[in-house]
Design a protein around this ligand. Structure first.
Ligand code: HEC
Ligand code: HEC
Ligand code: HEC
Ligand code: HEC
Ligand code: HEC
Ligand code: HEC
Length: 182
């Protein structure tokens, strides 16, 4: 019991200075990206991984005054700019590794009376880049896209752009692949 107590004290003692010294800055900075929805950058996670060295990023990689930073593209990052100066597969996971580490996605549920339909993002992001669907087929924001019925999908709209029995299973049957209880 006493040992465990001492261990907790010790662990707290080791962690506290790091956390406390970063308290005066905001943890997350949200970066607007039209094609994917916002990216959340965590200061605390980075300070923990890299040590409390603000100069690793400021002001060489990113200016501390946000309006002074241009918008970077993924291509520029692949060539070593911005996040890509570390996220290159050596210092940290590569920008090309798993898009959802920085651009989080979740399952999308479309409410349908006969049985809700689910769009599993993760299955698709394993095969496609975000820009294959955003923003050509869909705005990356709920409620921003027109409702589409099955007949329109059968003619190639929305899911039907790929679920045509050729690129992926058709919407003419397989109802239960997408709809709950059908
Ligand atoms: C791993 C890189 C990295 C490190 C290390 C880092 N920052 Fe940042 N910081 C960023 C990024 C990225 C932004 C957002 C830049 C943008 O979007 O224009 C930012 C933004 C900021 C901002 C502006 C926030 C706002 O809302 O206007 C401040 C202030 C800041 N950082 C302070 C610090 C301090 C202090 C440290 C050290 C304790 C630090 N940063 C360490 C990457 C870093
Ligand atoms: C100075 C180097 C450096 C820069 C610049 C940098 N990172 Fe990181 N990042 C790291 C390291 C190191 C880790 C931890 C090791 C790993 O996960 O590969 C990490 C981890 C992460 C993680 C996983 C932990 C978490 O917070 O969920 C995310 C997400 C992330 N970085 C996003 C970004 C984004 C977005 C940018 C650009 C705005 C960026 N990083 C810029 C070095 C950096
Ligand atoms: C390490 C974090 C990170 C990873 C991994 C990452 N991105 Fe990004 N991405 C960002 C940040 C940050 C921005 C916004 C940069 C800015 O505005 O300065 C961005 C911007 C974008 C943009 C808009 C700019 C452009 O290039 O057209 C697209 C689209 C995009 N990301 C797609 C992807 C895809 C697809 C992947 C996987 C192959 C991916 N991203 C992986 C951090 C990341
Ligand atoms: C195969 C097509 C497809 C791909 C690829 C895809 N998405 Fe989506 N995304 C969708 C659909 C469908 C929706 C739901 C649109 C709606 O609700 O009208 C959506 C919605 C979103 C939303 C809004 C979620 C919400 O709750 O508001 C975000 C954010 C998003 N996607 C990000 C991404 C990112 C980041 C990637 C790449 C890592 C990606 N998407 C790849 C089809 C796709
Ligand atoms: C850009 C092309 C594309 C679009 C758009 C698309 N899908 Fe897919 N989807 C695929 C491919 C390819 C597969 C895997 C091949 C297969 O199973 O036939 C797949 C697989 C699936 C799966 C099976 C997942 C599993 O567990 O195996 C579901 C469910 C699904 N899609 C639902 C949807 C829904 C709902 C929409 C519309 C909101 C949609 N998809 C839009 C290409 C797409
Ligand atoms: C690839 C996935 C997918 C398949 C397969 C699929 N659906 Fe759908 N369905 C959806 C999505 C997503 C919506 C909601 C679209 C929206 O709200 O924009 C929907 C909407 C509907 C609706 C409400 C709109 C309308 O057309 O009246 C019904 C009913 C429906 N589906 C029945 C079916 C039946 C029956 C089948 C099989 C013959 C089927 N669906 C196959 C994804 C699918």
């Amino acid at each position: 019991m006493f040992r465990r107590f001492m261990f907790v004290l010790l662990a707290l003692g080791l962690m506290l200075p790091q956390v406390a010294s970063a308290r005066w800055i905001e943890d997350t900075v949200s970066m607007e990206v039209e094609a994917t929805g916002p990216v959340q950058f965590s200061h605390y996670n980075h300070l923990e991984a890299l040590g409390k060295k603000c100069t690793l990023c400021h002001n060489g990689v990113y200016n501390i005054v946000r309006s002074k930073n241009p918008s970077f593209t993924m291509d520029e990052m692949r060539k070593g700019k911005a996040c890509g100066s570390c996220h290159n597969g050596t210092k940290a996971f590569a920008v090309d590794a798993d898009c959802s580490s920085c651009h989080p996605t979740k399952d999308i549920v479309f409410e349908v009376e006969d049985g809700d339909a689910t769009f599993p993002h993760s299955v698709h992001t394993g095969m496609y880049g975000c820009t294959d669907c955003h923003t050509g087929l869909y705005q990356p924001e709920r409620g921003k896209n027109p409702t589409v019925n099955m007949e329109q999908m059968g003619q190639g709209e929305s899911c039907g752009a790929c679920h045509d029995g050729n690129t992926a299973f058709t919407v003419e049957d397989n109802c239960g692949n997408c709809h709950e209880g059908m």
